[in-house]
Structures are given as structure tokens and as C-alpha cells.
Design a protein around this ligand. Structure first.
Ligand code: ASP
Length: 320
């Protein structure tokens, strides 16, 4: 799995990636033509977008693609912000949040789910098998077991060690752009022109027990409107929730804004939050035409994109 510390410590971003803002806008305008299928995800989730792409390239549904993609970091023990291997809360429990939306406007979500490796698939079952949108905690767990998901220990040795080290000082200050913000939000546009999205996370490392972030909150961490476009978020969930980030981006696109401009405008709205100097938020978006956007509050955010032209790692523009 990609190590973002290594990325931040280097100046080049690797093969097939873009390095200058000019190149970036050139690349975005290349998407003025309708281009599909495509997948875009937060951070360098290369394997996830490739997995989603495998579904789309053979004519598959965007919903299946984004679920398949989101499952990759969920089962990766090296990814310390999602699923198995995710850093626990301060009491030592790994608690997971996820949501999913399809092209019909359906939505499903699980919050504060424990001991189930693939919350995104449980969220999809909530969407498809229940009359509800959100299941939480013990109820979400019970539902998952009833649906045939296995109970598993998700706390790895590495995550336990990280908690032990954190407990020495017990200082609660999420660090910007490090592994506490590796949440995957993934958006897909399929060959039919239909959009879906998924978002899954273990949330902030060493959070208070019971804390839920933006990732499973429809409109905050993810929003899909098949008539307009889709958006998803990563970073400090509290900030994204306060601004209803993803919904606001889709609404701006509805008014005709390009996804890049809508992401920028949503990032700008974060500036009214008092603690704006202490956190990162990154947004990505896609519209029905396959035009893309990525913008963040501060440098360091990137997005993984895959189209017929192959994989691209985009270095997002930022407000600061
Ligand atoms: N947005 C996630 C949360 O606040 C964290 C992240 O993006 O890593 O739970």
C-alpha cells in the first residue's frame, strides 16, 4: 500500500502522475468531452480504482464497481484508516463507518460498526434489504451477522502498538495529511452514464468512543445525484459535516458549476470554521459528462483516477 509519508517527503509523485497546476487544468479540460467509464477516489487508492475499473470496463454497474473498490482498503491490514488494520478509538476498539449511494438515489449506511471487515457491503445490504438508510452499532452488527457476514478481530498488532504509543501522551490532535485521513471515497461513472459512490473509514485514530465522522453521513461524506453528479470527502469529518460538503458540491454542479470549481467553492466554505488552521479536508467530484474535480483546504491531498487512458494520480489544488 502506498505510504503517504513517503509521498509527502518526496517531490515527484511517480509514474503517470501530474506535477504542475497547469498540467492539471489541461488534464481536467481534456475531460470536457464526455468520457466514460471512469473511477475517481480520494488519495492514492490505486488498487481500489483498478479493481473498480475491472468492473466498469466490461460494462458493469457503477454501484458494483465502487463497492468492489472500497473493499480493497477495507481488507488491507496496512491501511490504518479503513477497515481491518484501521487505528482504534482511544479505548482500543476499531469502529467503522461507511455509506453507499446508487444511480436511483438509494442510500445505505452503517455507523459505529465493530468486528466486520467490509462495512461498505453491509451498508449496501442496508440500502437493498431494509426500508432504512442508517443502522448503528450493535444493531448494525446484528444485521451484518444475520446477512452472513463473519465476525472478525480487526485490531492488528501494528494498530495496537500505535495506540500504546499514543497513550503515552494521550494528546488528541489529528495530524494533517497523515494516515488518520486515508479514508476512501470512491465515485464511478459507468458505460450507461450512471453514477454511484461509496465511502468507508475507521475514522479518526484514537477518537472518543462513539464518535462518528462524515464518511457514513449521506450529504456530508458522500452524495450522488444521477441527474447531476457525485462528490465525496476526506479529512476532518466534523468540518465536512458542518458544511454538508458533498451535497453542497452536487448542488453547485446542479447550478452549472464545473466539478473543479464546485470542489474549490466547497473547500473555501471551510474557512469560516474557527480551527481552520488545524485540519485538512479534501473533496473530489464528477459530473454526468465525466468532468472531474479535486480540491483541498491545504496541500498534500491527491486523487486516484482511472479512465480508458489509464491511471492518473492527481495532486489537488488547495486553498492555502
Ligand atoms: N473523514 C474521516 C472521518 O472524519 C476521516 C478521514 O478522512 O480519514 O471520520
Amino acid at each position: 500500500m502506498f505510504d503517504r509519508r513517503t509521498f509527502l517527503g518526496s517531490t515527484a509523485i511517480g509514474m503517470g502522475s501530474l506535477t504542475s497546476l497547469d498540467q492539471l487544468s489541461e488534464w481536467f479540460s481534456a475531460f470536457a468531452k464526455i468520457r466514460r467509464p471512469l473511477v475517481i477516489a480520494t488519495w492514492n487508492n490505486k488498487k481500489a480504482v483498478e479493481t473498480a475499473w475491472d468492473v466498469l470496463k466490461s460494462g458493469g454497474r457503477a454501484l458494483d464497481a465502487v463497492e468492489a473498490g472500497a473493499r480493497i482498503p477495507e481488507s488491507d491490514p496496512e491501511d490504518t484508516s479503513v477497515g481491518y488494520g484501521g487505528f482504534p478509538d482511544r479505548d482500543g476498539f476499531v469502529t467503522l463507518d461507511a455509506c453507499i449511494m446508487d444511480e436511483l438515489g438509494n442510500a445505505g449506511s452503517v455507523v459505529f460498526l465493530e468486528k466486520i471487515m467490509h462495512p461498505i457491503s453491509v451498508a449496501r445490504r442496508v440500502m437493498e434489504k431494509t426500508p432504512h438508510v442508517i443502522l448503528a452499532g450493535a444493531g448494525a452488527h446484528q444485521f451484518a451477522i444475520e446477512q452472513g457476514f463473519k465476525e472478525e478481530n480487526l485490531l492488528t498488532e501494528k494498530a495496537q502498538k500505535a495506540l500504546d504509543a499514543w497513550r503515552i501522551k494521550s494528546e488528541y490532535k489529528p495530524k494533517i495529511n497523515v494516515e488518520r485521513h486515508d479514508t476512501i471515497g470512491i465515485l464511478g461513472l459507468d458505460q450507461n452514464g450512471d453514477l454511484s459512490g461509496a465511502c468507508t473509514t475507521s475514522g479518526l485514530a484514537f477518537k472518543m468512543r462513539g464518535r462518528v465522522g462524515d464518511s457514513p453521513i449521506i450529504g456530508a461524506g458522500l452524495y450522488v445525484d444521477n441527474e447531476v453528479g457525485a462528490a465525496t470527502a476526506t479529512g476532518l469529518g466534523e468540518a465536512v459535516i458542518k458544511k454538508v460538503g458533498s451535497f453542497s458540491i452536487v448542488e453547485m454542479m446542479r447550478q452549472g458549476m464545473h466539478p473543479e470549481k464546485a470542489c474549490k467553492a466547497a473547500a473555501k466554505r471551510l474557512l469560516t470554521i474557527k480551527s481552520k488552521d488545524e485540519f485538512q479536508v479534501g473533496y473530489i467530484a464528477v459530473n454526468k459528462k465525466g468532468e472531474l474535480g479535486a480540491w483541498a483546504l491545504r496541500p498534500g491531498f491527491e486523487a486516484a483516477v482511472i479512465t480508458q487512458d489509464g491511471f492518473q494520480l492527481i495532486k489537488a489544488n488547495s486553498i492555502f
